[in-house]
Design a protein around this ligand. Structure first.
Ligand SMILES: NC(=O)c1ccc[n+]([C@@H]2O[C@H](COP(=O)([O-])OP(=O)(O)OC[C@H]3O[C@@H](n4cnc5c(N)ncnc54)[C@H](O)[C@@H]3O)[C@@H](O)[C@H]2O)c1
Ligand SMILES: C[C@@H](O)[C@H](N)C(=O)O
Length: 374
C-alpha cells in the first residue's frame, strides 16, 4: 500500500538521521495511519516556520484561564503587543478577559483543533499551562492522566512539527518522599506519589527527550506554590497560602488545611511570570539544562500567619488538616535549590515574605474598598 510504504520510508530516514545534524530530523511518530498523519516530511527543518529573533514571538497560552495564564498574557502583551498573545482554554472567559485581547477555545485533547490554531495564527511560542493540579488530580486520576499526559503528548507533537519554542511548567510536586527535601537540587531521585507529580516528571523527561532527539526548543521551570491576589488557585496543595489572605480580609478568620509546621517553597506570581519570560528569552547557549528549579521563599502556615498578624493582629488561625493534602505536602521539598537558574540565566526573585504580605494586603484591601464604595 503506497501510504504505508511512504510512512515506513520516512520512519527509516528518521532512524538513520541526516549527516551534519546532531539531532534527528523531525519526524514525529505516526500514531494514526491516515491522510493527516502527525508528522512532517523527513527533510523539514525546525526552523522552517521559526521567527526571526528581531520579530515579536506569536504566543499561544493553553489553560490560560487558571491562576497563572491571565497574568502571563497581560505581561507578554505589554512586551510583544496585544494581538501577539492568544489566551486559550475550555472555559468561558469573564468579560474583562475576553475584552483584553485575543481569546480562543482550545481543548488540548483535540489535536486537530490545536494544529489549526497554531497554523492559522502563525504561532511561534507555546506556553502550556493546562493541567489538573495536585489535589484535584488525586480526586480524578483518570482525567488528570488524560489532560496532563495525553494532552502533553499533543502539545509536544504540535510544537515539534511546527518548530515552536515550548514552555511547560513543572513543579515542586515532581519530587517525592525519597527525594532530598531540604534543599531539593535540580537533579536527584524523583519518585512522586501523586498523578500530578508523575505527569510532571513525564513532561520533563519527554520534553528533554524531544529536545535531544528532534531539537525541540523545550524549556521548563519547576515552580514552587504560587501566590496571587487577582486570581484564585485551581485545586493544589499550596492553595492555603492564597486563601489565608482572602479570608483574613473578609472575616478575620482562617482555617488551614495543612499542619502549622508544613514547610513548602513559595513564590509571588510576578516573580513566577517574570522567570517564565526570562527563561523563554534566555539564549540557548546559557542553558546547560532544559528543566530548572526556581525559588523565592519557604515558609510554614504558622510562619505565614505570624507575619500576617504583624499587620492584622486580630487575625485568628485554626487548623483542620486535610489528610490527602497533608500527605502530599509531607512528600514535597521544604526548600528548593535554584542555584543553577541563578548562575546560568540570572534568575533572581524580588519578593520575600514581608513584600509578599504587603503586596497581597494592599491589593485585596483596595479591592474591598472599591467593592464597598460601589
Ligand atoms: N499555581 C501554582 O501554584 C503552580 C505551581 C507549580 C506549577 N504550576 C503549573 O502551572 C500551570 C498553570 O497553573 P495554574 O495554577 O494556572 O492552573 P489552574 O488549575 O488554575 O488552571 C489550569 C487550566 O487548565 C484548563 N484545562 C483543563 N483541562 C483542559 C483541557 N482539556 N484543555 C485545555 N485547558 C484545560 C482549566 O480550564 C484551567 O483553566 C500548570 O501546568 C501547573 O501545573 C502551577
Ligand atoms: C505546587 C503546585 O504545583 C500547585 N500549587 C499544587 O499545589 O498542586
Amino acid at each position: 500500500m503506497p501510504v504505508l510504504r511512504a510512512l515506513s520510508k520516512v520512519a527509516k530516514q528518521t532512524l538513520l538521521g541526516t549527516p551534519g545534524c546532531s539531532c534527528q530530523p523531525l519526524t514525529v511518530a505516526v500514531r494514526n495511519i491516515s491522510f493527516s498523519p502527525r508528522q512532517v516530511t523527513s527533510d523539514a527543518s525546525f526552523h522552517s516556520v521559526s521567527f526571526s529573533e528581531t520579530d515579536h514571538p506569536k504566543v499561544l497560552i493553553t489553560g490560560g484561564l487558571g491562576q497563572l495564564g491571565v497574568g502571563l498574557a497581560k505581561m507578554l502583551r505589554k512586551k510583544f503587543g496585544k494581538n501577539n498573545v492568544i489566551l486559550s482554554d475550555i472555559r468561558k472567559p469573564p468579560s474583562s478577559v475576553f475584552h483584553s485581547g485575543p481569546f480562543i477555545y482550545s481543548d488540548i485533547l483535540d489535536y486537530k483543533n490545536l494544529r489549526e490554531i497554531v497554523v492559522n495564527n502563525r504561532i511561534t511560542w507555546l506556553v502550556h499551562y493546562s493541567a489538573l493540579l495536585s489535589a484535584v488530580g488525586e480526586a480524578n486520576v483518570a482525567l488528570a492522566r488524560s489532560v496532563n499526559i495525553t494532552g502533553l503528548h499533543n502539545i509536544l507533537d504540535i510544537a515539534a512539527e511546527h518548530g515552536l519554542r515550548l514552555f511547560v511548567p513543572s513543579t515542586i510536586g515532581a519530587f517525592g518522599p525519597t527525594s532530598p527535601r531540604n534543599p531539593t537540587p535540580d537533579l536527584c531521585v524523583q519518585r512522586p506519589r501523586t498523578i500530578y507529580g508523575v505527569s510532571k516528571v513525564h513532561a520533563e523527561l519527554m520534553g528533554e527527550y524531544y529536545h535531544h532527539r528532534y531539537g525541540l526548543d523545550f524549556r521548563c521551570l519547576r515552580y514552587p506554590g504560587i501566590i496571587s491576589a487577582d486570581s484564585m488557585p485551581g485545586g493544589g496543595t499550596t492553595d492555603y497560602a492564597v486563601q489565608i489572605f482572602h479570608d483574613a480580609i473578609k472575616s478575620g478568620k482562617f482555617e488551614c488545611n495543612l499542619r502549622p509546621d508544613t514547610r513548602l517553597p513559595m513564590m509571588y506570581i510576578d516573580d513566577c511570570l517574570r522567570a517564565t519570560l526570562e527563561v523563554m528569552e534566555a539564549p540557548a547557549d546559557t542553558l546547560s539544562m532544559r528543566t530548572y528549579n526556581i525559588n523565592a521563599m519557604s515558609f510554614t502556615p504558622e510562619e505565614l500567619a505570624q507575619e500576617l498578624q504583624k499587620q492584622m493582629p486580630e487575625l485568628e488561625v485554626t487548623y483542620d488538616v486535610d489528610h490527602v493534602r497533608q500527605a502530599i505536602a509531607d512528600s514535597w521539598p521544604m526548600n528548593f535549590d535554584d542555584s543553577n537558574a541563578r548562575k546560568e540565566w540570572g534568575w533572581k526573585h524580588d519578593y520575600d515574605l514581608p513584600e509578599l504580605i504587603q503586596t497581597m494586603l494592599n491589593y485585596l484591601s483596595s479591592e474591598t474598598r472599591v467593592a464597598r464604595a460601589s
